[in-house]
Each structure stands twice: as C-alpha cells, then as structure tokens.
Design a protein around this ligand. Sequence first.
Ligand SMILES: O=C(O)CCC(=O)C(=O)O
Length: 259
Amino acid sequence: MSKTSDQQRQLEEEGFLVLPDLMPAPFLVQLREAVDARYEIEGDQAGAEFKQEPGCRRLANLVNKGGVFRELIQFPRVLEWVALVLGDRFKLSSLNARRVEPGCRQAQPLHADMAALPDENGSWVCNTIWLLDDFTVENGAPRVIPGTHRSGKLPGAFIEDLAAPHPREVAITGGAGSVIVMDSHAWHGGTPNLTTRPRTAVHAFYARWDKPQQQYQKKMLDQVVQDSMSPELRRLCALDDPENDRLSGADVVRSGFMK
Ligand SMILES: O=C(O)CCC(=O)C(=O)O
C-alpha cells in the first residue's frame, strides 16, 4: 500500500485528498471518449435517470454504460483510500458524470452528499472525483470547507446563503488524470466555470455497507450487464445483498442538494 502518513492525515483531518496522475494515460483517453459518446447519445436527456442540474450536464447510471466505467469503480489504488473513510465493507452508491458548462455562473450550494451526517460508526459516504480535465479555480474546481466532515452538522444549520463564498473554503485543483477522494460529509460544492471550455468529471460515489445506495444498482443495471459482471464487481455493486435490497429499494432521490 502506497499511502503516506501526510496523505492519510489530510484525508482524516481535512476530509479530502488529491491523488495526482492516478489514471494511466490510455485509460484517461478511453474514459473521455466514453463520456463524450454518452453525452452525444443522450442529448438533452443526459442525467435524467437521476437529476439534471442547471449550468451543468450530468450523466447517471454509468455502470450500465460501458466496460471502462466498470473498470473505473474497481481501481485498487482508489478503493484503498475509500476503505480508509468507510472501513472495509462498502459498496458503490452511484456512478455519474458532471460537466460544468462554460459560462455557468452559478455555484452549487454547499452540501454533504446525500445530506448525510456521520453516525456512531463514523463516516458512511465517500466520493471520488475523476478529473477528465485540469481543475482550476477559473473552470469550476470544487470547493470544500476542511474539517467539516467532523462537525456533525449540515451547512444549512449555519449558513444562510449556501452558494456564497465561504471564508474557510479551499478550491480542490489538480491535473487531468488525477482523482480526488473526499469524505463527503465534508461541506463542499461545485463552483462557476468562467472559462470558454467545459470542465468534466466522473463521480464514483461509495457508501458504507449498512446504508442505502444513492442509485439502487440492482434496479438500474440491465440484466445482461448484471449477468456479465464478475463476483467481485457484483459484490461492489451489492447485487446479491438482501440487506441492500431492503435499504435501497425505496424509490426516492437521495441528493444532498437537488430536489
Ligand atoms: O464535479 C464537481 O465539481 C463536484 C460537484 C459536487 O460536489 C457534487 O455534484 O456533489
């Protein structure tokens, strides 16, 4: 395992970590092509299985939409960091993409993913953000308020205007091919894109085993895709897990900020 103690401390104490150049170059190329192709195919329906977001184009249910996405959710070097946040038993919660369009002037409200608070067993949501473009302060790098994953509160309890700049916010920047790991109880959100080019990321979002998935994979994945999946991948998507069926089966939208 290649974790340094500084990286570990940053993720535990500040709630986020950037893993530079994590994606092998051919994988990044393949991922970009697959994401672009999905935007082309889905047109204005992109993201509709979950929620659409003003100023952005989203994609949802990506495990269903190509082998490169199924490869992405299993990267061991990322999963070892997810395990640091969630413990050894976790599952995929959802796999989406988010493209901040040029000219998007709107910041996402600060939120915790799924509006989740840690419980007596600690953190139960962990997001990994896969950078398909360089993330800069100009093009919509996400912001985070370090340490808030340990506050035990949601930002709305303290902040009136959740889209406004926050005095303690930090922009998470990095090069294309990097991956951000976030204890996503930390208050965070996307920022405006002031450039002339889109900024795209894939979000592989994980949950502790005893909590609901954001998107119930067993319901959303085509049977032919489910039948093609290895035992490890089926386990990661909780396809054969009666407890997950009980937790995730109800038809509700589980977003931290989108209604
Ligand atoms: O893609 C990003 O900038 C992160 C956005 C985010 O935090 C979210 O959609 O929950």
